[in-house]
Design a protein around this ligand. Structure first.
Ligand SMILES: Cc1cc2nc3c(=O)[nH]c(=O)nc-3n(C[C@H](O)[C@H](O)[C@H](O)COP(=O)(O)OP(=O)(O)OC[C@H]3O[C@@H](n4cnc5c(N)ncnc54)[C@H](O)[C@@H]3O)c2cc1C
Length: 200
């Protein structure tokens, strides 16, 4: 990022003040006074900073790195280093919930047995029906329950279950005006990765 793109407050480093329009101590303005020795270690007491801040802009406590010795500058770091912002963890909205849930459902189908036992087939039936009762987006769950009346889950194999979820998801996509997913690619998307190797 070029300096011109930076917010003003980041571009304008406060500088030790020698110019008359800065807030300076009386001793610095007195020409009879010895100028600050180069050997003198700058401290918050003997270095003043340009605090020419705009309205509503917090005065910066940044030391001017180029005008301060490294030791002093380093000492000031804990106070002025910006801690990287961690993304806030918040409850899911409908779309986040939907996307995460589809990821789980398609992945679950991708790892379902090729030849499930009768018990596994019944369990998957039960899981889908119970899922449709408790899915926490009320109207989404209602749509799914309606859908299940005419589109009975096919739990007879991994391939069939994956296709069933894909077509179920596509009916929701249709309802929402989203593009249809090519169900021949469901294993590439959810199990093996794309044929072009982009997931390898
Ligand atoms: C059971 C269920 C019912 C829902 N019902 C509603 C509803 O009634 N109204 C509503 O507003 N929202 C509903 N949602 C949420 C909605 O489906 C989306 O999850 C949400 O809009 C976010 O969409 P998205 O663009 O992030 O992608 P999503 O639709 O969440 O898809 C996530 C990813 O899955 C892949 N994908 C897309 N389609 C398919 C497919 N057919 N097969 C395999 N993979 C696919 C794509 O890579 C996509 O990026 C429902 C969600 C679920 C789980």
């Amino acid at each position: 990022m070029s300096a011109s793109n930076l917010p003003k407050s980041k571009v304008d480093s406060p500088v030790p003040s020698n110019s008359s329009n800065n807030h300076t101590s009386g001793s610095e303005q007195d020409p009879s006074q010895k100028p600050a020795s180069k050997l003198e270690t700058p401290t918050s007491a003997n270095v003043s900073f340009n605090l020419d801040v705009k309205k509503d802009e917090k005065p910066s406590s940044k030391l001017c790195r180029a005008c301060t010795d490294f030791k002093t500058w380093m000492k000031a770091q804990p106070a002025i280093t910006q801690v990287e912002k961690k993304p806030v963890e918040c409850p899911l909205d409908k779309n986040e919930l939907g996307s995460n849930t589809w990821s789980f459902l398609h992945t679950m189908a991708a790892y379902y047995p090729d030849k499930p036992t009768t018990q596994q087939q019944q369990d998957m039936h039960s899981f889908i029906n119970i899922f449709a009762k408790f899915y926490p987006c009320d109207y989404c769950a209602e749509h799914l329950r309606e859908d299940l009346k005419t589109n009975v889950p096919d739990t007879t194999s991994r391939h069939n279950l994956s296709q069933w979820f894909c077509h179920t998801h596509n009916r929701v996509n249709l309802l929402l005006g989203k593009p249809q997913f090519d169900c021949s690619k469901v294993d590439e998307r959810w199990k093996d990765g794309w044929k072009d190797g982009s997931c390898d």
